[in-house]
Ligand binder design. Structure first.
Ligand SMILES: Cc1cc2nc3c(=O)[nH]c(=O)nc-3n(C[C@H](O)[C@H](O)[C@H](O)COP(=O)(O)O)c2cc1C
Length: 314
């Protein structure tokens, strides 16, 4: 079978920032587009951490898609200015974030029950003729039919694609992704569609690919944190063995370790950043090897626990 889908790395705040993206693309690759976690304008400014994440000098991946979150054209503007100054010509609008703090401000999925606000944002895209816009969204905030009122607005806006995570905002990440509702969205949308949600294996990619032959791509978040080889497995049509995966994950981990230990001050900052990856990494790693990594309180304990895990004799 020909591989036609584009593989998108999903935005994951705290995880898929520049260090992860750069190292992932060098060690693994197999991802066509890396999406940045959302940038936001808050209290009259853009966080310097977010600005750094989209600076060209922070990034060595070819296809980077920056994402912004905004409820109004006024909030969108400073973010667009930053991206324009950085030379970007593409941007993804977040209409899917379910974090209550964001949704309460009608950001992300909190925007979905408000077609008038979505229409304002879509209208505002015409003010940036040099940019290509895309949207990442859920089906709705509390009803899986909310997207229906938005579809005419979205269909009338020039967008490169829409990524759909077929859950509701109130569900956060609980419940299974709603494939039937996704199928309805896919049929009604005139833009290229990207599927996102619960893709953990090569077989999952193949299943979605065969069910939705007109898809533009698949966006993978947690699945790519767990198995960073998913993109190359799809490209090469073969799953890596646990041993092969373990070797490459070790390379990726060591490169991130090196980079982050130079940037972050002190072991607490470093461990706070690094340990959450191990909630996902190497799903077949036995609990007895994962637990000491997650519990490590010093870099020495962390390193020794990680060395045990990478021996790969599990
Ligand atoms: C910790 C975390 C952070 C996330 N950050 C973002 C984000 O910045 N922008 C966004 O559009 N989605 C964000 N998401 C949602 C993911 O991009 C994705 O839609 C979701 O995890 C479902 O895909 P998956 O099952 O492949 O992980 C986040 C999800 C998680 C768990």
């Amino acid at each position: 079978m020909m591989n036609v889908l584009k593989i998108y790395s999903a935005p994951l705040q705290g995880f898929t920032e520049a260090v992860w993206r750069n190292v992932h693309s060098t060690v693994f690759g197999g991802v066509d587009v890396y999406c940045t976690p959302f940038l936001r304008y808050e209290h009259g400014e853009i966080r310097s951490k977010d600005v750094r994440d989209v600076k060209h000098e922070s990034n060595n991946v070819e296809n980077l898609l920056p994402q912004i979150i905004a409820a109004t054209p006024d909030e969108m503007h400073p973010l667009m200015e930053l991206l324009a100054n950085e030379g970007y010509r593409n941007v993804d609008l977040n209409m899917g974030c379910s974090f209550p703090l964001q949704a309460r401000k009608k950001h992300g999925a909190g925007l979905l029950p408000h077609p008038d606000m979505v229409a304002e944002l879509m209208k505002a895209t015409t003010g940036y003729p040099d940019f290509t816009f895309s949207v990442k969204m859920r089906l709705g905030w509390e009803s899986k039919d909310e997207w229906r009122a938005l579809m005419p607005i979205l269909n009338d806006t020039p967008l490169s694609h829409i990524t759909v995570h077929p859950r509701l905002g109130i569900e956060q990440y609980k419940k299974a992704a709603d494939i039937e509702a996704f199928a309805e969205f896919y049929a009604a949308c005139k833009h290229p569609v990207i599927y996102n949600g619960d893709i953990l294996t090569l077989e999952d990619i193949r299943r979605i690919e065969s069910e939705f032959p007109q898809l533009k791509g698949i966006m993978i978040g947690c699945g790519l944190l767990a198995n960073p080889a998913l993109g190359i497995e799809y490209r090469d049509g073969r799953e890596l063995t646990d041993r092969e995966l373990c070797r490459l994950v070790q390379q990726m981990h060591d490169a991130m370790f090196c980079e982050l230990s130079q940037r972050l001050q002190g072991s607490t900052q470093f461990l706070t950043k690094m340990k959450p990856y191990w909630e996902y990494l190497l799903p077949s790693l036995p609990k007895r090897l994962r637990k000491p990594i997650l519990k490590a309180t010093t870099i020495e304990k962390y390193q020794s626990a990680v060395t045990e895990a990478f021996k790969g004799d599990w």
